[in-house]
Design a protein. Sequence first.
Lengths: 245, 245
Amino acid sequence: MTIKSLDNAKVKYYRSLQQKKYRDENNEFLVEGRHLVLEAYKHGFLKEIILCEEELMPLDVPKTVVSYEVIKRISTVDTPQKVMGLCRKMDDTTIGSRILVLDEIQDPGNLGTIIRSAVAFDIDTIILGDGCVDLYNPKVIRSTQGMLFHVPIISFPIDKLIPILKGLEIPIFATRVEYGVEVETLKEEEKERFALIMGNEGNGVNPKYLEKSDKNIYIPMNGEVESLNVAIATSIILYEMRRRG
Amino acid sequence: MTIKSLDNAKVKYYRSLQQKKYRDENNEFLVEGRHLVLEAYKHGFLKEIILCEEELMPLDVPKTVVSYEVIKRISTVDTPQKVMGLCRKMDDTTIGSRILVLDEIQDPGNLGTIIRSAVAFDIDTIILGDGCVDLYNPKVIRSTQGMLFHVPIISFPIDKLIPILKGLEIPIFATRVEYGVEVETLKEEEKERFALIMGNEGNGVNPKYLEKSDKNIYIPMNGEVESLNVAIATSIILYEMRRRG
């Protein structure tokens, strides 16, 4: 059976997941395209496949077949792919030892790109503080290129996180343009166990977190440039945290 | 005198500069906002200021005063700033010794971000090969954060560039996932004089350029990740090319 009606209740439900409110209420979200559906499946997030009649996706989960008109209705892009996935959110609560903490990252593309780089450079936990864009925003998901399924991502207020990190004796690094040390001076042992706080696009890391961090670090660069894009800065520091020698 | 009519010939000319065709024909382009206008002025690109009645911009160039309706017509963003600048393109033709070569970078945000990072990490020449998005595309200009005025940027075909680089004995590095060397193994002297070729978002560097490069380099990372965003990868390599010790 192919669902063709835009008034179908299931179609209305899928479409509602374009909004954060309904994603939060139902603990579910959508991904678009074969690559993301496969990634979600491999990591146990995939609950259901939504696809057009002529498509095949031989995975062991329930399937809903719909018309292209319906897919267009559910999708957030102009020319949607013909395979989508309904995923359940997973709540991780365990903290690792190579932690990235994000303070009010508001641009979806930046958040997605940061997650992709974090997996590339062996981050084992990402903490989203208050004020970050919703992880399940379709643009964030697209920019991660599926990497959001490869690392535990926890939403947690940073002011409650800091005492926990202190209790676990995990050194806290935050980025700051003045009064910091150059990132390339970090020692091998400092790269093994850390929580790195990266700040908002316009304002940087909140001063109250800077105060509580063990080291403030910065990326040395040409004085003509005020700052780097936050996804770029985060990726460079994470690259450095994985660099040996 | 304030120009209020959307049919005014000057307004029509400014608006035409939203299109590459007319930017090319006239060798002029627009920038939006005080920061970019000031950057253009400082570096000798600014020809004329376009601003709303209540605004002031005390720079020594001709001014055109317009209504907010007119600015909205000229601007490419929904909520335009009230100061814009008409700039002339500059044709640089001299090649430096820390060169970044871009092969078919198609996303405006990526190109702009790459230019910003290139200035941060002391690149002295950027070459845009065929197939790159137009440098004067408004989104590119915004993403550069004004840094396009800080470095000579030359449009030039890469296959004609390579023999010139060879003649000047400038080593050519290109990124490649297999058969390369890790970027962190480059020696101090290799970081002083080079041309780095970065490739297209989907396909990487064209094989015909890889063949002619002196070294293929890559960024070591976790095997779960296929690739990094091209602006991220470029910035990390440029960071490494400026890193000492």
